[in-house]
Design a protein around this ligand. Sequence first.
Ligand SMILES: [Zn+2]
Length: 357
Amino acid sequence: MIVETKSYSLYDNKILSGEFIMLNDDNKKICLEQIGQSINYCNEILREFCGKEISIKYSIISSMDFNAKCSLLENGIYSIEILSEVFEKTFDILNTLLYEKNSQFYSIISYGEENYNKVKANKYLDIMHAISTRLIIFHELGHIFNGHLDYYQAHKTDKGLSFYMDSSRNNLPPLESQILEMDADAFAATRLVGQLTFPANIDRLNGEILDLIKGEMHTLILLIVSSCLSFSIMGLGRKREPGDYLNSKYLPLRTRQDYYVRCTLNAFRMLNRTLIDKVNAELLDIKFYREVLYNIEQYVNLYFQEALGIPQKQMDSSNNKNELDEKLLSHADYLEEFWTREMRIKLLPFSYFDLAL
Ligand SMILES: [Zn+2]
């Protein structure tokens, strides 16, 4: 199985550039390769599973209402589109956070290094950029490979293209829509853990820069911190009024991130069984991340406050804390049961992979 992620570098001499950089043609090509590689990775696993692969068109576009979108076109071809701003903003935030001044952030993502190393910081930037953007890419691929789009197509009443992410045209019942979003997140978490913790991948990165990755647990931390970045860009800390979660098409973002991290931890335990007894148990406990992820998120909120001038009360990790209330965490558990009891069987005829129990 091919599970290595290729190295890439978006800009030379990145850290300290100090300005928002739009994707130029060369870098757009690199980001397009990210999408192409992610599709190949899923197809590679599918080929092993059942000997076939699916054809997916992909593009990066400069303007759209969503960060990402997947569609089933009328000719039966799938397509995914990612907003160029996703790549740009992720880069800009990492470029700011990995600045030497943020020694605490560097210490977290280097897994405890006390001295800042610019060469490594640049490499962590590339790795984390790939993770953050792949979370969004793999989420869309989850909608395709796990059959969500075909299921949706079979149940929708209007004709034409099916843009799943368009909630105004998403006429699935709210709980079904919510569980499909969670399933797409679980798909992304599993693929990312598979790629990142793969030993040959760790060896390759350490071959490029000595002692860059200090083992599988380090990749887990990189993965969770980078994912928090993606959720923050989607709006974790942006102030919103509590909604009617039972009738919404989407789970509140903090509830969704929490479920995503749980999936990441589960996938990590599954794929790294021999390690589990040897590592600090706290680092595999969701309660730990429920406490520390506020701090990681706050780095991104500060970026929004300082670089984009968004007022603190509009963008802060103290916002929307109700989304991690017991009521919503139990709701996520309920959705998981709903998956096992009803949804999985409904999706199976449409899914390309065997679906998790
Ligand atoms: Zn989605």
